[in-house]
Design a protein around this ligand. Structure first.
Ligand code: MG
Length: 352
C-alpha cells in the first residue's frame, strides 16, 4: 500500500483569498493586512483622521497639534539579540508617533499575561521598557494588566499607546511625497527580522546579527532642527522597506524609483536571506526610517542624520518621479528595472 503523502504543516507562501476567517497573512503588515483594514476597520470606523493612513493619527486639541498611535506586540521569543518584547513595545510606539514630526511625550502600556509566566521574566521585560523609555525621554503614565489561563496566550503580549506634540512648522505625512524628492534610508535593512529568526533557531546556523530596535525620536529631532522641509517619514517595520515604500507611493500617488545597489544590507543578513530564500527588502526593521525630502534639503538632512547614533549610515536610495504613479520600481544590480510590490502573504509571523 502506498504511504499517504504527508502534507501536515505545509504552508502556502502566497495565500489565496481568505474571506471567511483570519489567517496569519492578515497580521503581515502587507497586502492582506491592508485589505483587512480597508474592508473591516475603515468601513466601520471611517473618519477623515483615520483615512490619512499614517502610522500615527494627527489630532488637534485646543489648537495644539498632537500625534497618537497604538501598537500591540506579540513577538516570539520574548528575548532576542539586541532587544526584547519590552524594548520593542516602547520603541515601536515612540517611533510611530515621531514619524509625524512629533516629540513623543507619554505612553500607556497594557499587558496580557499567561498564567505561569515567571515574575522574573516580567521583571526583565519591564526593566527593559523602563530603559527604553528613559532613552527616548518619555514617561509611561498609565497601564493595565490582564491574566489569562495557561495556553491561551504565549507568555506575554504588550500593547502600548503613545502621544506626542507635533513640532511647530512641520507638515509630515505619507501623502506628501512630490516628484523630484529624494528618498533617504537611515541605515542597513533586515537586521531585526533575521535577529528574531536566529533567536528562534530557524536559521540553521548561529548568527551575530542583532536587532536594530531603537527609539528614533532624537534622530528625527536632529533632522528637523537641520531642516523642517521633510515631506514623509516612516519606519519600515513589518513588510520591510518594499511594503513601506509602496504605501507611500500609493498615498502620495507618485512613482518611487529605488537603486538596489545603494540599499545597505549587512553581509550576514544577506547570507541568511539567501539561504532562506528571503528578499531583504521584505524583512522587518525596528530602528530604521525612510525620509522623503526635497532635493535642496537632502544634503543638510543627511549630514544631520549621520551625526547621530541611529543615522550614521544614512544614504540616498532613490527618487520620487511621476511616470508610473502608485508604483515602486527598482534599478537592479545588473542594470535592469523591476517592479517592487508590497508583501503579498506572510513571510515571518510574530516578528514584532
Ligand atoms: Mg511605523
Amino acid at each position: 500500500m502506498d504511504t499517504p503523502l504527508n502534507i501536515e504543516g505545509a504552508v502556502c507562501p502566497v495565500p489565496l483569498t481568505h474571506n471567511e476567517q483570519i489567517v496569519m497573512g492578515h497580521g503581515s503588515g502587507g497586502k492582506m493586512s491592508h485589505d483587512l483594514i480597508r474592508k473591516t476597520f475603515l468601513a466601520a470606523f471611517d473618519n477623515s483622521i483615520l483615512r490619512t493612513g499614517d502610522d500615527a493619527a494627527p489630532i488637534a486639541v485646543n489648537g495644539t497639534r498632537l500625534a497618537i498611535s497604538t501598537d500591540s506586540h506579540v513577538v516570539t521569543p520574548l528575548f532576542f539579540p539586541g532587544g526584547d518584547i519590552g524594548k520593542l513595545a516602547v520603541c515601536g510606539t515612540v517611533n510611530d508617533v515621531a514619524m509625524l514630526g512629533a516629540r513623543p511625550l507619554y505612553l500607556t502600556a497594557g499587558f496580557i499575561l499567561e498564567e505561569g509566566l515567571p515574575i522574573e521574566t516580567l521583571q526583565r521585560v519591564v526593566e527593559s521598557m523602563s530603559a527604553a523609555a528613559k532613552e527616548a525621554g518619555i514617561q509611561i503614565v498609565a497601564g493595565d494588566t490582564k491574566v489569562v489561563e495557561k495556553g491561551k496566550v504565549d507568555g506575554l503580549y504588550i500593547n502600548t499607546t503613545g502621544i506626542g506634540e507635533i513640532l511647530p512648522n512641520v507638515n509630515i505625512g505619507g501623502a506628501q511625497a512630490k516628484p523630484g524628492d529624494v528618498v533617504i534610508l537611515s541605515g542597513s535593512i533586515g537586521d531585526h527580522g533575521i535577529a528574531v529568526l536566529g533567536a528562534r533557531g530557524e536559521l540553521g546556523f548561529t548568527s551575530a546579527i542583532q536587532s536594530d530596535v531603537a527609539p528614533l525620536n532624537h534622530l528625527i529631532e536632529a533632522m528637523l532642527e537641520a531642516d523642517k522641509n521633510i515631506h514623509v517619514l516612516r519606519d519600515p517595520t513589518r513588510g520591510g522597506l518594499a511594503t513601506t515604500i509602496n504605501e507611500i507611493a500609493a498615498q502620495s500617488k507618485v512613482a518611487i524609483h529605488l537603486n538596489e545597489q545603494s540599499i545597505p544590507v549587512k553581509p550576514a543578513v544577506n547570507a541568511a536571506c539567501e539561504m532562506l530564500g528571503f528578499d531583504p527588502l521584505y524583512v522587518a526593521n525596528e530602528g530604521k526610517l525612510i525620509a522623503i525630502v526635497p532635493p535642496e534639503s537632502a544634503d543638510k538632512i543627511l549630514t544631520a542624520m549621520r551625526s547621530t547614533k541611529y543615522g550614521e549610515d544614512a544614504v540616498v536610495i532613490g527618487e520620487v518621479k511621476e511616470d508610473v504613479r502608485g508604483r515602486v520600481l527598482m534599478k537592479t544590480a545588473i542594470g535592469t528595472t523591476r517592479v517592487v510590490d508590497m508583501l503579498a502573504g506572510e513571510m515571518l509571523p510574530r516578528i514584532c
